[in-house]
Design a binder for this molecule. Sequence first.
Ligand code: AN7
Length: 338
Amino acid sequence: MPGIIERYRERLPFAPGDPVVSLQEGSTPLVLAERLSEKAGLEVWLKLEGANPTGSFKDRGMTCAVSAAVREGARAVICASTGNTAASAAAYSAKAGLRGAVIVPEGKIATGKLAQALMHGARVVALRGNFDEALKLVREVVSRHPISLVNSVNEYRIEGQKTAAFEIAEALAGELDALCIPVGNAGNITAYWKGFREAGLEPRMLGFQAAGAAPLVHGRPVEHPETIASAIRIGNPARWEEAMDAMTSSGGAVRAVTDAEILAAYRLLAASEGVFCEPASAASVAGLLVHGAGEDVHRVVCVLTGHGLKDPQTALEHAGAVVPCDPELAAIERAVLE
Ligand code: AN7
């Protein structure tokens, strides 16, 4: 499959002949979740965005943001990030031959994401502050220096990410009642809503935030957001109004899920659906199980935004233990069969 710019060029702000920086992102699996469907009492599909080249949905937006940066003659890109945007920006800027700088909250990003950003050769800056402070600072940096900002305040990010909605609309032949999606900085829910409307669909948009980082639920910014789902540890989303518009105009809602509910969904997905996502992604399924999808909803898609391998530490802390064993047949039999 080609990348999303090639696949959907006529619905994206790119002309034939424009430079394209792609790692063949998009075209991710949409998997029917049989056990989850039974549990929820409706048909549940999982959009596996962890299957993108850097392991998250950010690649859809990043191919567009970095391609546009190259078209504009930029030499460097920058972003604030809870981890996945950093990994994606680092990879696409490496592919493009641009310099990349990523500002992350110190000690608060998952190990895999940190490894990615460093391996791709980005300048990784650990800010003694949170994501919201990092975003505010990078906006000031780009107002003073010729560096391209690739956070989802960049319209190209939204354009690229809307293609996930196109893929879902095509795969389900336009039959979809609701979408469950985790909400952090609120770019992705904004993008899906744009994509669905362009595809002629209006599913109920159900956004879920972690209870300790739920500004949209409370209707005011959270100064010190906290959650195990580090990707969505965000207290003042940049796309606040657009996200609220998506939810209200689709008859949807924004709700909170606790860390315990997120972890329960995280384990359930891995153990009974064979799908390992990161904790933030599991907020979509936690939300569906805890709050339901409302009346007259028969078919729902939960967006699993990032791969579980991004955050091995959280996985190991919440999974079963390994079984030690001596190198003898009897011991192996005991270890395997008991
Ligand atoms: C796995 O990487 O904000 O509501 O800086 O990594 O569009 O912000 C990540 C967000 C959901 C929330 N799931 O999406 C970043 C960053 C995962 C994420 C979200 C993020 P938005």
